[in-house]
Design a protein. Structure first.
Length: 303
């Protein structure tokens, strides 16, 4: 076989192999996505009445999943109480407010809902806890961080050095407030500060109301600082110190459960893909959303 023909043959073969691998990969992802099974709950231990556990982990970006779980367990008459396990620095203002409202709705319905704080339950995580019957934290839990933060990136000088130009056509002077290609004027800063201050007042009002504290007395603790669980108990920001197991015992007593309770949790959907990679398909496909589409206005602890 001539050298030119040999190169042509191997080039075609390698191309076909590459195309085959691409289609095989696509087929694997489709198959993994299709081969899912779901369990709505599982029993951890115990033989008494049910206590449901809902977990809030990481940064709070959306509320739908948590709100759905809380609502489901609230409406389930076989579930006597709910423990909301929070391990989060907070996150989006609206998402935190929506979860708080669902927690409060559960409490007001007569179903016991207790918050158990993990390593951190700050800012939006603390805001959510306000709607519960009782807040339990570890002595070393980081909590509090009552405040609002809005951060904006400016790449104006970098863009100019790279020869990148940017044109904005807007209907009003504040329509592009926070534009990373522009220089933030004092009037824009004042406008954004007004929004932050208003949102902070909403946070302050909720804490003052739920913790039955005078707003003036609360202000020294509402400058964005975090507290240990021990400090938070001393300042009246939480109700009790204890572990997750302590929270189970407290919740059982509040709900009138005499035997050891059955602890249930909602199971996530699993697939072959998730089992092999140790992650969820949703987590992989939504990395962009999590990295770049977090709310600008946040109840979030940012060290």
């Amino acid at each position: 076989m001539p050298a030119s023909s040999s190169k042509w043959f191997w080039g075609i073969l390698l191309s076909l192999v590459f195309i085959g691998l691409v289609f095989a990969g696509i087929g694997f992802l489709m198959l993994a996505s299709a081969l899912k099974w779901e369990r709505s709950e599982y029993v951890s231990y115990g033989s008494g009445d049910k206590i449901a556990v809902v977990e809030i982990n990481d940064v709070i970006i959306s509320s739908e999943k948590t709100v759905g779980q809380i609502k489901k367990f609230r409406e389930d008459k076989s579930v006597k109480a709910i423990i909301l396990r929070i391990n989060s620095p907070g996150g989006g203002v609206a998402a935190s407010q929506e979860i708080y409202e669902e927690v409060k709705r559960t409490r007001d319905s007569g179903k016991i809902i207790v918050v158990s704080m993990g390593s951190i339950a700050a800012s939006g995580g603390y805001y959510i806890a306000m709607g519960s019957n009782l807040i339990v934290a570890n002595p070393g839990t980081l909590t509090g961080s009552i405040g609002v933060i809005a951060q904006f990136i400016s790449i104006k000088e970098l863009a100019e050095k790279l020869g990148i130009t940017h044109t904005t056509i807007k209907s009003g002077s504040l329509k592009d407030a926070g534009n990373p290609f522009g220089e933030m004027k004092d009037s824009t800063k004042a406008y954004l500060q007004d929004i932050v201050d208003n949102t902070f007042q909403q946070f302050l009002d909720v804490v003052a109301k739920e913790r039955k504290m005078d707003k003036e007395k609360l202000l020294p603790y509402a400058n964005g600082r975090v507290f240990t669980g021990l400090q938070a108990k001393e300042y009246g920001l939480i109700d009790s110190l204890g572990t997750f197991e302590d929270a189970i015992r407290i919740t059982s007593k509040m709900a009138g459960i005499e035997d050891e309770p059955r602890i249930i949790r909602e199971r996530k959907k699993f697939s072959i893909f998730e089992e092999l990679l140790g992650t969820e398909i949703e987590d992989v496909t939504n990395i962009k959303d999590k990295l770049f589409e977090e709310p600008i206005l946040q109840y979030k602890y940012t060290p």
